[in-house]
Design a protein around this ligand. Structure first.
Ligand code: F0G
Length: 405
């Protein structure tokens, strides 16, 4: 296993545990190259299933259970039992969107209530392996809470850079609760990311999703989803897009599993952005080959209020390899979809509801077969942003009466 530059014209390789985050030759992002495991797919599928009956912490983790596809030179891993999130059937939501085979993969049911834990278990394990003392990230909220939890677990200091006044209080409270040092940055997430990247290199191990080890962990969402579907890939996987690490990780997982003979077809990966923070959707529509950042991204789905996503090339590659596409939805559509997911007894944070909003639009415009099998990825728990819920629900006069009674 080693690191490789994603630029096909460069493809420089580095040692797996090199601390570089970008290619030293051309400056592009790096990725972990995972050789296909020697065991046959059927045997490994059985091994992964059998590990569910084990109490070994690496088997209890829904990430490390799939370690044959992960960097695995670690004696001990930093885990909080992440992963193992169910696929929940969409009922009212499916009717509302006009679909017959809708399932939600709810990553909000992770230790810190979002998908970031899947990446942090690998990223913080790598930090510890390298002898780092301080880990850090910029964040719209979820990454910071997750980083803080895993750092606390590992006995490391966590330093998080947050866009001042733009992070949900619930998420801020998590970072505080886990003992992170907080730097409030005037400006957007993009500004906070620039700040930490310019100030903190060297002393601090950097754990935003340009860190390739984060993506290795997040990759396992696709492994677990496919296992839950009896290794029959769905027609579509729909995922919200912000900094575009998660969609990149999913594309990598699908490509690796397909190449190694674990699945015989690829689901189409659909990335959904908020209309006010939609640089990749714009690129997709225009057919351009260069991303134009959105200068002042705006959306009430604060988790994905990002104008200059760092992993856009990886995400675009994932969409192209899977014959997928990129789209966006308005804040009003997100709000409506979010309340529908709540009415299905599931709940999620606003960014996650982009998925259902997009599906309804696609079905209405006959761009998706009503019988298609669809998995929508819910990235965060409803309790991640209670202010959003109360503000939007109390604004409805019918509900005000109910609350005052
Ligand atoms: N959904 C939620 C709930 C998120 O918190 C994020 C990103 C995304 C979707 C988008 O994922 O960036 O991999 O495309 N949150 C980051 C953070 C940026 O700092 O918590 P992505």
């Amino acid at each position: 296993m080693h690191l490789r530059c994603i630029n096909p014209d460069c493809a420089d390789t580095l040692d797996l545990h090199d601390r570089a985050l970008e290619c030293p030759i051309c400056g592009e992002l790096l990725e972990v190259v995972v050789p296909a495991p020697s065991a046959a797919p059927a045997d490994l599928k059985r091994t992964w299933r059998e590990r569910k009956c084990s109490y070994d912490p690496r088997d209890v983790s829904g990430v490390w259970r799939f370690r044959e596809f992960l960097p695995d030179s670690y004696g001990e891993v930093v885990t909080l039992g992440e992963g193992n999130c169910p696929l929940v059937e969409g009922r009212k939501t499916a009717d509302w969107a006009g679909l017959r085979n809708l399932r939600f993969k709810h990553l909000g049911w992770n230790p810190t209530a979002c998908f970031k834990d899947l990446g942090m278990t690998v990223g913080v394990t790598e930090a510890l392996f390298l002898g780092a003392r301080v880990v850090g990230c910029a964040s719209t909220g979820n990454t910071s809470g997750s980083l803080a939890a895993y750092a606390a677990r590992a006995g490391l200091r966590a330093k998080v850079y947050l866009p001042a006044g733009q992070v949900s209080l619930n998420k801020l409270a998590q970072a505080v609760d886990f003992g992170a040092e907080i730097v409030h940055v005037a400006g957007s997430f993009d500004v906070a990311l620039e700040r930490i990247m310019s100030e903190a290199r060297g002393s601090l191990y950097f754990l935003n999703s340009i860190n390739p080890f984060r993506l290795e962990g997040q990759k396992t969402v696709m492994f677990e989803m496919l296992e839950q579907l009896g290794w029959q890939p769905p027609d579509y996987v729909i995922v919200p897009g912000g900094n575009l690490g998660n969609s990149s990780a999913f594309g990598k997982a699908l490509a690796e599993l397909h190449a190694a003979g674990f699945i015989d077809k690829l689901p189409r990966l659909v990335i959904v952005q908020a209309a006010g923070a939609n640089p990749l959707a714009r690129l997709w529509r225009s057919g351009s080959t260069e991303l134009e950042p959105v200068e002042s991204p705006q959306t009430a789905a604060t988790a994905i209020r990002i104008g200059n996503p760092r992993s856009w090339k990886k995400a675009l590659r994932a969409v192209q390899q899977t014959n997928g596409f990129v789209m966006d939805v308005s804040d009003e559509e997100i709000a409506e979809a979010k309340s529908m997911i709540g009415r299905d007894g599931i709940g999620c944070e606003p960014a996650s509801a982009t998925t259902l909003a997009a599906l309804r639009n696609l079905a209405e415009q006959n761009q998706i077969d009503r019988d298609a099998t669809v998995v929508a990825i819910l990235t965060g728990h409803a309790l991640k942003d209670t202010d959003y819920i109360l503000k939007s629900q109390f604004a409805e006069p019918a509900l005000q009466g109910v609350c005052c009674a």
